[in-house]
Design a protein around this ligand. Structure first.
Ligand code: CA
Length: 217
């Protein structure tokens, strides 16, 4: 289970990265300034930090020092054309950098490479007789392939990464659909229901009355 911290003050970019990494099977958290990032890194554990250079408060280079002290690899996100920043970033000890705007496939490739370098990849998620290949984005049950929609897949990965943990409907909605929850409980319920049926998880994905759902194993 790879946990990635996204440190980026532009909300649209942060959301885009978070959704795509979540879809690829990573568990993501976000920070919108340097202080928040440093606090999160000290409180929780991450396998990788994606770090914007220009941040309000303390900048990316200072945040990099925190990450290095904790042994967490960093990929810098730099604005296009800022060659000087890239060089400075690598000299300062970042594992890699990627220039904005970037192709999401390129970002994913770099994330995978750095995690591999640190022996932190978990390509396969398994529970019960279900296996998720987070690189191929395929799912099998008892060795047989199962066809899921994008949202069902994202939902399954979220449950797989949060076994025996209650997930609020709001959390589920934000992780799978992105954006404001504002009473979209029905959407969540509908997709959870379909996922349970497709994978025969009726007994394992438990509804927590008025709260959300939990994958119980
Ligand atoms: Ca910025």
């Amino acid at each position: 289970m790879n946990r990635i911290l996204i440190v980026e003050d532009e909300e649209a970019i942060s959301t885009l990265i978070r959704l795509n990494l979540a879809r690829a099977g990573y568990q993501c958290e976000t920070a919108f300034d340097g202080v928040e990032a440093a606090n999160l890194m000290q409180e929780r554990s991450y396998d990788l930090v994606l770090l914007d250079v220009m941040l309000p408060g303390i900048n990316g280079y200072e945040v990099l020092e925190y990450a290095k002290a904790l042994g967490i690899p960093v990929i810098f996100l730099t604005a296009m054309g800022e060659t000087e920043q890239k060089v400075k970033g690598l000299m300062a000890g970042a594992e890699d950098y990627i220039a904005k705007p970037f192709e999401l496939t390129e970002l994913l490739a770099r994330v995978t490479t750095v995690l591999r370098r640190y022996n932190k990849t978990t390509q396969h998620l398994r529970f019960l007789d279900i296996e998720i290949d987070t690189e191929a984005m395929t799912v099998t049950k008892g060795g047989e392939p199962v066809k899921l929609t994008h949202k069902e897949y994202d939902l399954l990965v979220l449950f797989a990464r949060n076994q025996n943990r209650t997930l609020y409907r709001e959390t589920i909605y934000e992780n799978v659909w992105g954006g404001e929850y504002s009473d979209r409980g029905r959407t969540v319920d509908l997709h959870v229901h379909r996922l349970k049926k497709k994978l025969d998880l009726e007994e394992h994905i438990v509804a927590m009355y008025k709260i959300g759902y939990r994958l119980e194993l």
